[in-house]
Design a protein around this ligand. Structure first.
Ligand SMILES: O=C(O)CCC(=O)C(=O)O
Length: 286
């Protein structure tokens, strides 16, 4: 039996994204916040692949009294936090999330491409510009991946919730949404498919709720103007037929153990769902 109703599956097919009720309990969210803190303080079992300011430059500066303070215009991006901390490793295998991702992708066998934290600190958290995910991954094909994005804080317009352009996953790899000052998408209408409407829907969710999006859906998130953090973990799931197709480069390409044209699998691209949820093996990076 499916976890999603036909109406939910249909909404995803139409809009390219879908929000579902809490996948994580309050205690699980807290555990993940603590795991994030460990990784950021370099107290975790291992290191992630990337921990950086998405906008370049340093994440922090030091005050005269020695305290470490976030710089302005910061988005903390951590890629493959699952390699660093067991809480995030287990999260890849979340039974309900993987099952829903499998239903939305329409394939019974899933692997993880990579995960990603985006943390916008209070007041200084910056924008994540309008983008489609798939063009940023020019080493994979076909574009059938789905992301499960789980909020680790209540996320509203004030602290930089995700915003989606409904239906844009059906535009293919399309050029051209830029971000204006007010974060309204700016675009050249001649580059948008005829008849397509560029509408924006904010995705305000509570901590623990999950929003799924297709890898061709245009999305982004504005700055955090609030005094609350905005933390989220996204896991990018791929159907097991996804291949290594190098047309460009990617930051985790060095983890690939397969040749061009082959199915992408191996230690760093774990199988997490096959006809049903898989049990996580022992954490490999202790
Ligand atoms: O967390 C955000 O605001 C952006 C995340 C994102 O772009 C993604 O998960 O694909």
């Amino acid at each position: 039996m499916g976890l999603l109703t036909e109406a939910q599956a249909q909404a995803f097919r139409e809009k390219g994204y879908l929000t579902v009720p809490p996948a994580l309990s309050g205690a699980e969210v807290e555990e993940m916040r603590e795991g994030l803190e460990r990784v950021m303080l370099d107290r975790s079992a291992a290191r992630p692949e990337l921990l950086r300011n998405l906008h370049g430059g340093d994440l922090y500066h030091e005050e005269p009294d020695g305290t470490r303070v976030f710089n302005s215009a910061v988005v903390v991006q951590i890629v493959n936090i699952w390699e660093a901390d067991e809480v995030y490793f287990r999260h890849l295998y979340h039974p309900a999330i993987t099952q829903m991702a499998s239903e939305l992708i329409g394939h019974p066998h899933l692997r993880v491409w990579h995960d990603q934290i985006q943390y916008k600190p209070p007041m200084v958290g910056s924008q994540t510009g309008w983008h489609q995910d798939f063009p940023a991954w020019p080493v994979l094909s076909p574009p059938d991946l789905v992301t499960a994005w789980v909020a680790l804080d209540d996320v509203t317009l004030a602290n930089g919730c995700m915003r989606m352009v409904p239906g844009s996953h059906r535009w293919g790899e399309s050029p051209g949404l830029g971000s204006g000052e007010d974060f309204a998408p700016r675009y050249d209408p001649s580059r948008i498919p005829e008849g397509a409407e560029v509408k924006v829907e904010p995705v305000e969710v509570r901590a623990g709720e999950c929003s799924f999006h297709h890898c061709l859906t245009w999305h982004g998130s504005d700055i955090n103007r609030s005094d609350r953090p905005r933390r989220a973990i996204a896991v990018h799931y791929m159907p097991a037929y996804t291949r290594f197709d190098p047309r460009g480069h990617h930051a985790i390409e060095h983890l690939m153990e397969v040749k061009p044209g082959e199915i992408l699998k191996g230690t760093y691209f774990p199988d997490v769902y096959n006809q049903g949820p898989l049990t996580p093996p022992a954490f490999p990076f202790k």
